[in-house]
Design a protein around this ligand. Structure first.
Ligand code: CP
Length: 311
């Protein structure tokens, strides 16, 4: 397997990956998931999570450990960022201690991109989710999960349903699914939760039935309460009645339609128990694939070490 070019790099969004690197990352994720030996990387990475996370933070840590890397989790509420230190100064400080990369989740949209522009030290940046911006590692693991689950993304019809406008997962998935050849992406949700403009091959609908009919894949999204004026929160039971994915909806989709959800899921709100735990759900496959995707991302990030990697 040909590897990417060496050199310092960041993973800020899906669009920042060229076709070769995107293809390599998906292929490598699947190979690692199938048991390919991993690289050994003598590197130090630091998790800086300014927002809660279970899947992303833990899987980046597990991925780092599986590659033999040193990983530090900074407790931000007990760090000097609580005393007003800027993210730029924190990054420079951690680089001075020998960090090779920072994995950053931040509530501010574009914060990781702005740090990358300001960075004056040799440090890789991995965007682990920025506000309503991007979540590129989630999109990579979603593509790998679907393809490993037998879904051919080329020509697929994909419905992404819920709080679209505030979702960094939706934005990154749309980019990745389009790049993998999806025929049609349907963004569905309450009218106020849909973006004003969409790229070609993407359409908007405020009709759940229309979105799921003949779909090959349905991606459900959590309501992003943390990015919403609480007065605008919908009532959970009402939302489930209008927008919750239930078994009767999957009967309208293509046979074998697969269901994704980036998690955390809110059962009985955007998804019913029967769908979340049902045979068409790939939710836990996504979680498993997340560790392999993040291993592949570290191998890609530290490509100079790829002489130690297989294939
Ligand atoms: N999918 C995802 O980003 O989950 P966490 O918030 O638990 O990391």
């Amino acid at each position: 397997m040909a590897g990417p070019e060496a050199g310092r790099r960041h993973l800020l969004d899906v669009d920042g990956l060229d076709d070769r690197d995107l293809a390599w990352l998906v292929r490598r994720t699947r190979a690692l998931a199938a048991g390919a030996p991993a690289a050994a990387l003598d590197r130090t990475v630091i998790n800086l999570f300014f927002e809660p996370s279970t899947r992303t933070r833990v899987s980046f840590e597990l991925a780092a450990r599986r590659l033999g890397m040193r990983v530090v989790n900074v407790e931000l509420e007990r760090s000097s960022s609580a005393k007003g230190e800027s993210l730029e100064d924190t990054a420079a400080t951690l680089a001075a201690m020998g960090a090779d990369a920072l994995i950053i989740r931040h509530p501010e949209t574009g914060r990781c991109h702005r740090l990358a522009e300001a960075l004056s030290v040799d440090l890789g940046l991995l965007n682990a989710g920025d506000g309503s911006g991007h979540h590129p590692s989630q999109a990579l693991l979603d593509v790998a999960t679907l393809e490993a689950g037998g879904v051919a993304l080329a020509g697929a019809r994909i419905a992404i349903i819920g709080d679209i406008v505030r979702s960094r997962v939706a934005r990154s998935d749309v980019s990745a699914f389009r790049r993998r050849g999806a025929a049609e992406i349907r963004l569905a949700g309450p009218p106020d939760w849909l973006p004003e403009t969409v790229p070609s091959g993407v359409r908007r609908t405020d009709n759940l039935i229309e979105a799921v009919t003949d779909a090959d894949v349905v991606v459900m999204l959590r309501i992003q309460h943390e990015r919403m004026d609480h007065r605008a929160w919908p009532d959970a039971a009402g939302y489930h009645a209008d927008w919750g994915l239930r078994p009767e909806h999957l009967e309208l989709a293509r046979p074998g339609c697969r269901v994704l959800h980036p998690g955390p899921i809110n059962r009985g709100v955007e998804i019913s128990d029967a769908v979340a735990d049902g045979p068409q759900s790939l939710i836990l496959d996504q979680v498993r694939m997340g560790v392999h995707a993040r291993m592949a991302i570290f191998e890609w990030l530290f490509a100079a070490d790829r002489s130690a990697a297989p294939g």
